[in-house]
Design a protein around this ligand. Structure first.
Ligand SMILES: [Zn+2]
Length: 469
């Protein structure tokens, strides 16, 4: 399932306090684009196991070739139709709009390679430091909630929060200077580095060229929205010409994406269309990929989201027959079965999804735990505890997962564990006050000094200034 940011009716795959997170994410975007218009609109973060895994597969070889992040990076999907992508530390932020615009994996991989070139080259350290702070703030937002950040910003203008809010508020001088500081020389170096990484991984630079050429063309000015990426990457004609020459010198210029990767890309695009844009957008893509697996995937999702769950199950069964090892078809089956209140069958489908998932996404494990919890027997509650803890182990800030975990502990009669999980859920969704209340409640039934007691103490002791470093 691909989940929109809806803090009040959060689902298992949703980041808690996504809105606060997104708002602060926008602080970073402002630093790049210099535009405050986008800031006012807000941009939600979305979670989806399939898309996170795919973008991770795009990025991993490039990052390895660039000597960055050997053990993987976190993918943060931003629900925004404009084109943007940037890397801070070990996080790759990418707009759903960029994924929808790119017709091939190679276009996204090329952009990631270019961004990796900036990072590896140590470019724009100042701007990137600002983004890093904004990223830290985004994490803090999930811990503290937007209210705390705003309060922090007003009382402590020299702290992290202050820096971030300065970025947010300062469409003016600082952001402008940051953008102007993007030197043409650095763009050319990043282009060259990108080609090096693409060559090292045996991939073409044509996708990168296509993306930059599209930004450069007059056509891209015709749209009503301006892509942040385009503004952060001034692209004079000369640069396109240089890039084109480099791309064409590569022995891999004619290399196309492997068909299986292209198929996953098409399925990703149709999924974004189904969950974010509605039936008409899916129908458009279905016409584009007639008779394809992606087209049938889109059809099954639309039938589930807007139509008849029974018919969606039949369509999903056909998909599973065609690709029995695809974890996300099993996930879709689980989602549909949850919708028709068959948690036991849903749990079986999610369990298959978990066992098939090479990316070992915590999101799928949480879905499994949620379904087991809904089964409602003591045995299933016990299994739910295990699965939810597994999911949290991979995805520590998933506030919703803690809420299900608290419920599962509660059904087992383990009240102190339930209270501590409730405290964690509040903590990661930014309700700091209630987090402390439940942490204190948990401590009353725990032995002083044991690991859970200590964790509760951490929550009780937590103050924003402790972590703003
Ligand atoms: Zn660049």
């Amino acid at each position: 399932m691909l989940s929109r940011a809806r803090p009040s009716e959060a689902r298992s795959t949703l980041v808690g306090t996504a809105r606060a997170f997104a708002t602060l994410l926008l602080a970073a975007a402002v630093a790049i684009s210099g535009s405050t218009n986008a800031f006012a609109q807000g941009v939600p973060v979305v979670r989806d196991a399939e898309i996170e895994a795919l973008v991770g597969d795009y990025a991993r070889p490039i990052f390895r070739a660039a000597g960055l992040a050997n053990d993987g990076i976190d993918i943060v999907l931003v629900n925004d139709q404009s084109f943007n992508a940037f890397v801070t530390g070990r996080r790759l932020f990418i707009n759903t709009g960029a994924l929808m615009t790119a017709e091939t994996p190679n276009e996204i991989i090329g952009v990631i390679a270019h961004e990796a070139g900036h990072i590896a080259g140590g470019h724009q350290q100042k701007l990137r430091d600002q983004l890093e702070r904004a990223k830290t703030m985004a994490i803090l937002a999930t811990l503290l909630g937007a209210g705390a950040i705003v309060a922090g910003a007003t009382t402590n203008s020299r702290g992290l929060a202050g820096a971030g809010m300065g970025v947010a508020a300062g469409s003016g001088e600082m952001a402008q200077r940051s953008i102007l500081a993007y030197q043409r020389g650095e763009e050319i170096i990043a282009d060259r580095s990108a080609i090096t990484y693409l060559n090292a991984t045996g991939q073409s630079g044509m996708g990168m060229l296509k993306t930059f050429a599209r930004f450069q063309s007059a056509l891209s000015l015709a749209g009503t929205q301006v892509d942040p990426y385009r503004i952060s990457h001034p692209i004079p004609q000369e640069r396109i010409a240089n890039l084109e020459a480099l791309v064409k010198q590569s022995p891999y210029v004619g290399k196309v994406d492997p068909p299986a990767l292209q198929q996953r890309h098409d399925m990703m695009r149709i999924k974004i269309a189904a969950y974010m844009q509605g039936q008409a957008a899916v129908a458009r893509l279905m016409r584009k990929y007639p008779g394809s697996l992606a087209s049938r995937y889109g059809d099954a999702q639309v039938t589930y989201l807007y139509g008849n769950p029974g018919a969606a199950l039949v369509k999903t069964a056909a998909l599973i027959k065609e690709q029995p090892k695809n974890p996300y078809f099993q996930e879709l089956r689980g989602d549909i079965l949850m919708k028709v209140n068959k948690p036991k069958d849903a749990a079986e489908a999610y369990a298959k999804a978990v066992s098939l998932d090479p990316a070992r996404s915590g999101l799928l494990q949480v879905s499994l735990g949620q379904a087991l919890l809904a089964v409602g027997t003591p045995d299933s509650a016990k299994k739910a505890v295990t699965q939810l803890n597994n999911g949290i182990g991979r995805d520590k800030e998933n506030a919703e997962a803690y809420r299900y975990l608290a419920q599962a502990y509660g059904e087992q009669g383990d009240i102190s564990a339930a209270d501590l999980a409730t405290a964690e859920g509040h903590f990661y969704s930014g309700d700091y006050k209630n987090a402390k209340i439940f942490a204190m409640r948990a401590q009353q039934k725990l032995k002083r000094g044991e690991p859970r007691w200590l964790r509760a103490q951490d929550i009780i002791n937590y103050t924003p200034s402790n972590k703003l470093k």
